[in-house]
Design a protein around this ligand. Structure first.
Ligand code: PLP
Length: 399
């Protein structure tokens, strides 16, 4: 047998791993309600018309060539303007890099920062590629706690305890996947102070920045004085274009402390040639065009959030915090005696209730005995899912 690399074989991605048993059920003709993947395009959400038109036009107009590795100038300008308006950051197009979505930005940043044995502070629970990609690049995902009782805010004391001499950066995901937490300004400030104390850059994932319900997102990029911040964002969530694979990141680095890292990132960017060219023209339309579609979409998401939050809290053995951003809810399994683990629970719910969740431990150790559900589907579908799930829980808890 020809052996694969340990690096690649070690990769796990809980969100897609649970799909295999769901497919087995579907092959037998059983309908499964999938609440596992955070893809708005699978439900009643599409990128706005002006973006779709711009994508088609770019192709028709012949923008089908390789573009610059760092992204087309029109888009980098549009990103500067968007981020200046949203975060008040004083950046120039030269601080911006366009990528095949945030996922590629993570590859560049981790690839450029990590030598084997180095670590990056990542939230626990966190979006799984943070752990997977840090490991892929030879690093250690050094998980800091976020605290459920405190609305899943990061525990700054725990962060401090986890920093060591091989720590290369602090990563923050806000609004958070999987918890739906929106971090307080005070927390962001404390995190920046900590980063400054240990001379660490902050990596800020802001892919859900305009998807908030009750508060507003605060970026570390808008608050930093001298701590280097790398802000990542893209077209997948707020612009509903997951399949286009387009995103960006930029440096807020007044003292140019990231000079060498930037050079390393540019080397990585060059060997992958360039991001998708026509999609970049569509992104310009998205960033400079009207945003009224977002109000309509957020109203739908709010209704779905309120519905699932209420239903889940009425189910015996389950309790949950209320998401303040994104489209995920992360309930706690209070009654644990019937299952060996949260994964066992999720598989049992799949086989009995035909609802697919993702086990919380797939998001890191602080996610144990939780599960993640997306609330993207319309209320009728959520209602069916919750009815099935409630019946399942009542049966299990009485058995
Ligand atoms: N970051 C977070 C926190 C996410 O939840 C996701 C997708 O679910 C991504 C990044 C992936 O984004 P992209 O589609 O831009 O690669």
């Amino acid at each position: 047998m020809i052996r694969a690399s340990e690096r690649a074989m070690g990769i796990e991605y809980a969100i897609r791993d649970v799909v295999l048993p769901a497919r087995e059920l579907e092959k037998k003709g059983i309908k499964v309600i999938r609440l596992n993947i955070g893809d708005p395009g699978k439900f009643d959400f599409q990128p706005p018309e002006h973006m779709r038109d711009a994508y088609c036009k770019a192709i028709q107009d012949g923008h089908n060539y390789y573009g610059p590795s760092e992204g087309i100038p029109e888009l980098r300008e549009a990103i500067v303007e968007r981020e200046r308006k949203k975060n008040g950051v004083d950046i120039a197009p030269d601080d911006v890099r366009v990528t095949a979505a945030v996922t590629e930005a993570l590859q560049f940043i981790f690839g450029a920062l990590l030598n084997p044995g180095d670590n990056i502070l990542v939230p626990s629970p966190s979006y799984p590629p943070y752990v997977g990609l840090v490991r892929f690049y030879g690093g250690i995902a050094n998980e800091y706690l976020t605290v459920e009782e405190n609305g899943w805010q990061p525990d700054i004391d725990d962060m401090r305890k986890k920093i060591n001499d091989r720590t290369k950066a602090i990563a923050v995901i806000n609004p958070n996947n999987p918890t739906g937490a929106l971090y307080e300004k005070k927390t962001i400030k404390e995190m920046l102070d900590l980063a400054g104390e240990y001379d660490l850059p902050v990596i800020s994932d802001e892919i859900y920045d305009l998807m908030t319900y009750d508060g507003k997102h605060v970026s570390p990029g808008s608050l930093t004085k001298d701590v280097p911040v790398i802000v990542m964002n893209g077209m997948s969530k707020v612009y509903f274009a997951t399949g286009w694979r387009l995103g960006y990141f930029y440096y807020v680095d007044p003292e140019n402390r990231l000079a060498e890292v930037k050079e390393a990132i540019d080397k990585m960017a060059r060997i992958r040639l360039c991001p998708n060219t026509p999609a970049q023209f569509a992104a310009v339309a998205g960033l400079t065009g009207p945003m009224d579609y977002l109000d309509e979409y957020m109203a739908k998401l709010r209704e779905r959030r309120d519905y699932i939050y209420k239903r889940l809290n009425e189910i015996p053995g389950i309790s949950t915090t209320k998401p303040q951003g994104a489209f995920y809810i992360f309930p706690r399994i209070e009654e644990r005696s019937k299952w060996k683990s949260d994964k066992d629970f999720v598989l049992d719910a799949l086989h009995e209730a035909h609802v697919l969740f993702v086990h919380g431990s797939g998001f890191g150790y602080a996610g144990e005995w939780h599960f993640r559900a997306v609330f993207l589907p319309p209320v009728e579908i959520l209602e069916e899912a919750m009815n099935n799930f409630e019946a399942f829980m009542r049966k299990r808890l009485s058995g």
